[in-house]
Design a protein around this ligand. Structure first.
Ligand code: FSO
Ligand code: SF4
Length: 546
């Protein structure tokens, strides 16, 4: 059997990618190796559970980083996945010693498989695809939902870790949930774990919010420039703010400017980054448009996380990865030494030899409406609602993607009446953040809170509005959710919203391929999740509170 992967929204035919390459460009071999890496993480988790002790942070960090490396569009480099598998074997065997004798315990294969020869690894990896998680389609579906939520948790926990923030409960749950893949659990037990994943998703995003805001300040309303300057530049993409910090420090005074791309745009909203004069603006559009944007940018590009698309020869020599991101043939910037900074000198050296970026657009975009900032103007917002000037808030957070079906989100943004305000976070905003949608008494009609993880900020805003309006249920607010999903961080965000009690979420462009018809029914019945339909029809329903 060739690869099988159905973890993202662009899974082939909304069933799954198989054959020699996924729609994202991931090779058969990389996909299989990622399944094997998850298998090794399951083995580690088995021994964590058996030792009945709190997980040592060293293992917890490896679990979340290993999961992060398997997320869509983060790492395409087979050799780096093999390195992680090898390290995982070593850690698993250490945990086995800690767990001690296991008389009478059924030890799953993931905890015993020994082979670490590269070819044998690939053979083994053919057997550990998500299709092997259970012979029952619905139980398999729940295990996949749990795993993909965990991958999102892993990514956010790793960002928090890079900033020195940890919550051991997140690591402990990650191990508990990974170990569950190898257990014969019934649907109720798995649903309970999925709901707990929602609770842990909230905690992880809250931790990352605390890490980001305590280190860089609370995001402020900011106008971000879209044009370019005359100096050569470095384009930084992905989500890692610690990398952003190191790069800004190292480029200061060098004559090299720094621009953000895609999900790094919200870095401009943080006070501690605003102080850098050479932090010029945002260049280009959404992640899937990077092939065009990277070509005209002319200078080096640093990918700190996903989303990477297949790299073109025209800019291959100018592109770098770091952290859990990777791509064969690209230069990779290694980890930060204890107490120090990552070494971006090679990126800066190359930038100095490059022409300035080519201007592709001018103007500016406004963002920075995270919870602290919105609450600072809460009176104004509440006043506008009470005066009937704002009839409804529509949360349109999430991801963007390549397919034309996402035009739906642009159409909804345009179709919404002028007294509706869009709350957004994540790269989904690129479908409408450059449209002239206007404002309501100075409150812009698109309020961008930040990256996909800042969807947490939107939930905080909703919970505070519930309090301000004296409501006992978040679902009584004049608030609708029309969420665009693509990869596994969006699964984490979705589970967080469900855990917070949000009902009636519209989800698109399609429901996940890994959700079986029966599990989809459960989601519809318990949470009133609905697939998107036509923009006009959905706008009318949302404005009517449905
Ligand atoms: Fe987007 Fe990619 Fe941020 Fe995702 S750039 S799609 S959910 O990685 O993480 O929103
Ligand atoms: Fe296909 Fe998405 Fe998996 Fe890539 S990540 S192989 S596009 S399902």
């Amino acid at each position: 059997m060739s690869m099988f992967c159905f973890q993202c929204q662009e899974a082939a035919k909304n069933v799954g990618c198989s054959g020699s390459r996924g729609i994202c460009g991931k090779s058969d071999r990389a996909s299989d190796l990622m399944d094997l890496l998850v298998f090794v993480l399951r083995g580690m988790s088995f021994y964590v559970e058996q030792s009945k002790q709190l997980i040592d942070r060293k293992y917890g960090i490896f679990l979340v980083q290993g999961l992060f490396a398997t997320i869509t569009n983060a790492n395409f480099d087979e050799d780096r996945i093999v390195e992680l598998i090898r390290k995982g074997f070593v850690l698993r065997d250490e945990l086995k010693v800690k767990a001690g004798p296991l008389a009478g315990v059924v030890v799953p294969e993931c905890a015993t498989w020994k082979e670490n020869d590269k070819e044998a690894m690939v053979v083994k990896s053919k057997e550990v695809s998500p299709l092997s998680y259970d012979s029952n389609e619905d139980l398999r579906s729940l295990k996949a939902l749990l795993l993909y939520g965990l991958k999102g948790i892993g990514a956010y926990a790793d960002h928090a870790h890079e900033l020195g923030f940890h919550n051991d409960e997140i690591f402990q749950f990650t191990a508990e949930a990974l170990a569950a893949i190898d257990k014969a659990l019934d649907a109720n037990a798995l649903v309970a774990l999925v709901m707990k994943a929602g609770e842990v998703s909230v905690k992880t995003m809250a931790l990352l919010d605390e890490a980001n805001t305590s280190r860089y300040g609370h995001p402020e309303v900011t106008k971000v420039k879209l044009g370019v300057g005359k100096n050569p530049g470095i384009l930084i993409s992905g989500h890692d703010l610690r990398d952003m910090e190191d790069l800004l420090k190292q480029t200061e005074g060098t004559g090299v400017d720094v621009y953000t791309h895609s999900e790094m745009l919200p870095a401009h909203y943080y006070p501690n980054f605003k102080k850098y004069k050479h932090f010029v603006g945002n260049y280009g559009g959404s992640w899937w448009q990077q092939d065009k944007d990277f070509e005209t940018f002319n200078g080096p590009i640093l990918m700190t996380t996903n989303c990477i698309i297949p790299v073109k020869d025209s800019y291959k020599n100018r592109m770098f990865t770091t952290g859990m991101a990777g791509y064969p043939g690209l230069k990779h910037i290694g980890p930060r030494p204890e107490g120090g900074m990552k070494d971006f000198s090679a990126v800066i050296k190359l930038a100095k030899t490059c022409p300035a970026p080519k201007e592709i657009e001018t103007g500016e975009i406004v963002g920075g409406f995270a919870h602290n900032q919105v609450m600072a103007v809460a009176d104004k917002v509440v006043g506008a609602v009470k005066a009937g000037k704002i009839k409804r808030f529509v949360v349109m957070a999430g991801c963007d993607g390549r397919f034309n079906s996402r035009k739906y989100f642009t159409d909804v943004a345009q179709e919404l009446p002028k007294d509706a305000v869009i709350l957004t976070a994540g790269c989904a905003k690129y479908r409408y953040n450059k449209l002239p949608l206007g404002d309501i008494d100075g409150i812009p009609r698109v309020l961008d809170a930040g990256q996909c993880n800042d969807s947490y900020s939107l939930a905080v805003i909703a919970l505070k509005l519930k309090e301000v309006f004296g409501l006992d249920d978040i679902n009584k607010l004049p608030l609708s959710f029309d969420i665009a999903w693509y990869e596994q961080k969006a699964v984490c965000v979705l589970l967080a919203l469900l855990y917070l009690g949000v009902k009636g979420i519209r989800l698109g462009p399609t429901l996940p391929a890994f959700v079986s018809p029966n599990i989809a029914k459960v989601l519809v019945e318990n949470f009133d999740i609905k697939p998107i339909t036509e923009p006009k029809q959905d706008v009318a329903a949302m404005m009517a509170g449905r």
